[in-house]
Design a protein around this ligand. Structure first.
Ligand SMILES: Cc1cc2nc3c(=O)[nH]c(=O)nc-3n(C[C@H](O)[C@H](O)[C@H](O)COP(=O)(O)OP(=O)(O)OC[C@H]3O[C@@H](n4cnc5c(N)ncnc54)[C@H](O)[C@@H]3O)c2cc1C
Length: 473
């Protein structure tokens, strides 16, 4: 319950993975109670973790700039501070005591939970009321199916129309990576942050791209257009899951009205099927996040430690480097690592293939594999990532394991080698018959097409499977 406060009691809104003004319950609650400070804290503790990459913060900093632009016309500027928590809150409080802290509840990993406990103890000691609201359908402890005002079924909340600024606090502008002594980002062509871009992506997906969703998301060639590409925006909350789900429902209603009995022939996938499949992914998202929240050890411990997943083998630096740098000699693996290096995104199936290949074929430990992928994905969301890494890498046990063989995946989803050639120009002239298996190319063909194994493209780092293992196509 939110305690009634004196009208002028200052309210601090602590932005975390919710970098937006629309559908932001803590911001609305604070605005109704008094003057507000809108605060984001860059935590050196997060930047020092082994799952962190500057690419994540680059996206966050852009989203903070966009958030500041959205807050300014409402009457408040965003304040960004750098430091450990709760020390940053203590510093703010000493500038001028505040009455309440409003934030979304953060679910997922152990370190944020430990940090939130420190904040809770500090707030109690200072007599600051901390109001936390669940978001995206997950509550602390892994409880799914959050109902009421915070539930996914409830329509998204409007942005506040006006915010009263709290005076007497130092302001803090959005820093750059350089201000934070971080190296520049290495990714050339990643998605950009900010709520306006998230809303634009959603609108374009619903209006034009969703039709290709069901057929397109498995293909490394088509998925970048067929998928919604909302993942980094959902990870950092520039748009809420609820906003997306309600827009999907509205699109389905409009489509149903427009069709008005004009059904497609039986067996033809309808636009409605695509939208339902997409909404299903958002529910999987909630379920995976709830899974990690209920069992945070999934980030560190294999569900089935004896299932293999490379954990017991000595770490093979050379194999790891070949996998991470895209020099395994397996074209689909190498192409996926190149596209990740350049864009920080690849589709679900290729992520699963990368993790599965690394542990089952190269014998690399699942956690090192998961950490590398976490740093490589712009959309790194621990609650989705670790449960799926465990499943893909075989760490969740043989029953949960799906072995994604790169040759079989290439034949099923990149039969003409378009994706592989786009990332590995050295394979440009390799005939289609060999583009997934260049080691089978006769020497004369290798010389004729300018792709000699061991000189222009690596020999396979491990012997290729004699036949592609039975696997999901
Ligand atoms: C090993 C591995 C690691 C992954 N790590 C991440 C991660 O760190 N962050 C992340 O957002 N996704 C992760 N995924 C899931 C998936 O690959 C991405 O969500 C998807 O590729 C993002 O593209 P999109 O936004 O176009 O997805 P869409 O197909 O448009 O899906 C919409 C949203 O639903 C969610 N989603 C999609 N697929 C899944 C799924 N299978 N399980 C749970 N939620 C899903 C995502 O939030 C996504 O943005 C991982 C998959 C694997 C196999």
């Amino acid at each position: 319950m939110i305690r009634p406060l004196a009208p002028e009691a200052v309210q601090v809104v602590w932005f975390k993975r919710d970098l937006r003004v629309a559908d932001h319950a803590p911001l609305l609650a604070a605005a109704a109670r008094g003057p507000v400070v809108c605060l984001y804290v860059v935590e050196p503790e997060a930047l020092a973790r082994d799952d962190f990459d500057p690419v994540h913060l680059g996206f966050v900093l852009e989203s903070l700039e966009a958030l500041d632009r959205a807050l300014a016309p409402l009457g408040v500027r965003l304040s960004v501070r750098v430091g450990r928590l709760p020390e940053v809150f203590e510093g703010l409080w000493r500038e001028r005591p505040f009455a309440a802290l409003h934030s979304h509840q953060e679910t997922g990993v152990r370190w944020t939970f430990a940090r939130d406990r420190r904040v809770a103890r500090w707030a109690e000691a200072r007599g600051v009321a901390w109001h936390e609201t669940p978001q995206d359908g997950v509550a602390r402890g892994g409880r799914r199916g959050v109902h009421g005002a915070a539930g996914l079924a409830c329509p998204p909340l409007p942005a506040p129309t006006r915010l009263r600024p709290a005076l007497g606090y130092a302001t803090g502008r959005v820093p750059s990576l350089r201000d934070l002594d971080l190296p520049p980002e290495r990714v050339r062509d990643r998605q950009r942050g900010g709520a306006t871009l998230a809303e634009g992506l959603l609108a374009a997906f619903l209006a034009r791209r969703a039709d290709g969703y069901r057929g397109g998301v498995s293909s490394p060639v088509d998925a970048s257009v067929a998928g919604s590409r909302l993942s980094p925006h959902l990870a950092y909350g520039t748009i809420s899951v609820r906003t997306v789900l309600h827009a999907v429902e509205a699109a389905r209603r409009r489509a149903a009205e427009a069709a008005d009995g004009d059904a497609r022939p039986a067996g033809h996938p309808s636009a409605d099927d695509a939208l339902r499949a997409f909404a299903g992914r958002l529910r999987w998202r909630r379920d995976r996040i709830a899974e990690l929240e209920a069992a945070p050890r999934l980030e560190f411990e294999a569900v089935a430690p004896d299932a293999g997943a490379g954990a017991a083998r000595p770490f093979d630096d050379e194999r790891f480097a070949a996998w991470a740098e895209g020099r395994t000699g397996f074209p689909l693996v190498d192409a996926c690592q190149r596209v990740l290096r350049d864009t920080a995104w690849v589709n679900f199936r290729m992520r699963a293939m990368l993790a599965s290949f690394a542990t089952t074929r190269l014998g690399l430990p699942w956690r090192a594999v998961g950490l590398h992928l976490a740093r490589s994905f712009l959309d790194y969301e621990p609650g989705i990532h670790w449960p799926l890494v465990q499943r893909s890498a075989g760490a969740a046990g043989p029953a949960a394991r799906a072995v994604f063989d790169p040759v079989r995946q290439a034949r099923a989803h990149d039969a003409d080698g378009r994706f592989v050639r786009s990332q590995l120009p050295v394979l440009a002239a390799v005939p289609d018959a060999y583009v997934a298996t260049p080691w089978r190319m006769p020497r004369a063909v290798q010389r004729a097409v300018g792709c000699v194994l061991g000189r222009d493209y690596p020999h396979p780092v491990v012997p290729p499977a004699p036949r592609a293992a039975p696997a999901p196509a």
